[in-house]
Design a protein around this ligand. Structure first.
Ligand SMILES: C[S@@+](CC[C@H](N)C(=O)[O-])C[C@H]1O[C@@H](n2cnc3c(N)ncnc32)[C@H](O)[C@@H]1O
Length: 352
């Protein structure tokens, strides 16, 4: 009988954990279906599975669906750009909202895909509830797994999506659009949104920096935790934290979803310093061009937006003097924004 090796044990453990994940996903799915069946209460054993299902759905879906500016902007843009008789692909159904807008605007047919099976199931039910199941086909898959001719009848004349986070790229819009453009969009087809610009300013805020950095707590050095601090950008509601912007708002970069490069990359940016202080990072927001002249911004003055701003921390605070110019590198990689100092030039002392 062959002896059991460490590799065998690791493989068995891995398979067991995969099976457990699949089992619990199936149980969660069954619990969601039970929840959606009229008159069928949740029995005790389904409660835990339903809790697991709930944990797979980020809480921001509720705030997002209640963001009237966002919803209206998408609906107006869809009405303005939808080609007559179009077949539309909606990437990332959520609850099917954009698909239903597209159907209401008169699309011939809609395919929508959703990577979260619980949300795909909810979308199917909501679409049925509105009598739109003949127009909207819900596919429980990631867009990158869709097969034309199987999951959607043909390449789409219009692809709509709302897969942007506070820093634009955090939900994978760049690789998703790159794949969709190449494999799922008909020649001459349209993308909604069509482009986006990133804006930002140098941020002096110990309070924001402390959301991701620690030294001492009650006299104990706990700075080892900094090894686990967030890499890249994360959301902050800027007006709620004490802060000073050390520069005006500047355009950092622009992405052309229709034709521009979507790969990981970086850009050098030159920012005038208008206040003296310590920059802890960049405050960043987007300006999304949906199409038909419709735009959406999550700038700090847009308090109603469910999108917060993105904080892109520097590795260490950078001392700046009014009149300096901060020469930085902004990078987008693995769906994360990062920023680093290249140099600071001052009119008084040259490079420093
Ligand atoms: C920000 S929500 C928007 C939902 C809906 N489109 C709306 O506007 O109300 C994005 C949704 O897209 C899904 N998603 C993101 N990337 C996806 C992809 N490449 N394929 C399928 N679903 C995706 C997420 O699971 C999430 O439910």
């Amino acid at each position: 009988m062959p002896s059991t090796t460490q590799d065998d044990v690791s493989t068995s453990l891995l398979l067991a954990s995969v099976q457990a994940t699949l089992d619990s996903a199936q149980e969660s799915m069954d619990a969601v279906r039970a929840m959606l069946s009229p008159g069928r209460g949740i029995v005790g054993s389904e409660e835990a599975a339903l809790s697991a299902a709930i944990r797979t759905v980020p809480r921001w879906h509720f705030a997002m669906l209640n963001d009237l500016e966002r919803n209206d902007a998408f609906e107006v843009a869809i009405e303005r750009v939808l080609p007559p008789g179009a077949h539309v692909l909606d990437i990332g159904a959520g609850t099917g909202l954009l698909s239903m807008m597209v159907a209401r605007a008169g699309a011939a047919s809609v395919t929508t895909c959703e990577q979260n099976p619980m949300l795909a199931e909810i979308t199917r039910q909501i679409v049925a509830q509105h009598g739109l199941s003949d127009v909207i086909n819900v596919v429980s898959k990631r867009s990158t797994d869709l097969v034309v001719g199987v999951d959607l009848p043909r390449r789409a004349d219009l692809i709509v999506s709302e897969i942007v986070d506070c820093g634009l790229i955090g939900e994978g819009v760049l690789p998703t659009v790159e794949h969709a453009r190449e494999h799922l969009l008909a020649p001459g087809g349209l993308l909604l949104p069509e482009s986006a610009r990133l804006y930002g300013a140098l941020l002096d805020s110990v309070a924001v920096d402390r959301l991701n950095r620690v030294d001492y707590a009650a006299g104990f050095d706990v700075s080892l935790l900094n090894g686990l601090s967030t890499r890249g950008h994360f959301p902050v509601r800027l007006p709620t934290w004490p802060h000073t912007l050390l520069s005006p708002e500047v355009e950092l970069y622009s992405f052309d979803f229709a034709a521009g490069p979507m790969a990981d990359g970086s850009a050098e940016v030159d920012i005038p310093v208008t206040e003296t202080g310590e920059a802890h990072g960049l405050a960043v927001w987007f300006d999304l061009s949906l199409g038909g002249g419709v735009r959406l911004r999550n700038s700090p003055d847009n308090l109603a937006s469910h999108w917060m701003q993105a904080f892109v921390p520097f590795a260490e605070p950078v001392a700046l003097t009014k009149g300096d110019r901060a020469h930085l590198r902004l990078a987008w990689q693995d769906c994360r924004l990062s920023a680093s100092k290249i140099s600071i030039s001052t009119t008084m002392k040259g490079q420093k």
